[in-house]
Design a protein around this ligand. Structure first.
Ligand SMILES: [Zn+2]
Length: 116
């Protein structure tokens, strides 16, 4: 069981990025084939997120190639404990607050003021 976090600040940086932007998937495993007699009835393969290392197993039903099931295996510090607020809007709020708390000389972006 992966270690779970209680707040946005406890998430890993990669977990915050993936929860905001979505995972950066790539296939990392070859097909695993299931046969019944001579007939192939199922094929599955693994994709891994290049950023946070979450793994997604996709199970295909043959011959339709319909996705029959998906399973995810998350790294430590990606999932939250029950009641933790880790939705994308909460993470974006956290990132803006971090930016505002960074001394002006260390920011890579500047604040822009509009109006009076
Ligand atoms: Zn990811």
């Amino acid at each position: 069981m992966p270690i779970r976090v209680g707040s946005v600040g406890d998430l890993s940086k990669s977990a915050r990025r993936c929860r905001d932007l979505g995972h950066a998937w790539d296939w990392t495993g070859d097909f695993e084939i299931v046969r019944r007699g001579a007939q192939i009835i199922e094929a599955s393969r693994v994709a891994t997120c290049d950023r946070c290392q979450t793994e997604r197993v996709q199970v295909l039903e043959l011959p339709s190639m319909r996705v029959k099931a998906r399973r995810y295996e998350y790294p430590d510090n990606y999932l939250g404990v029950k009641g933790a607020h880790l939705d994308a809007a909460t993470i974006r709020h956290y990132e803006v607050e971090r930016f505002l708390a960074t001394p002006a000389g260390k920011r890579t972006q500047k604040l822009r003021s509009v109006g009076t």
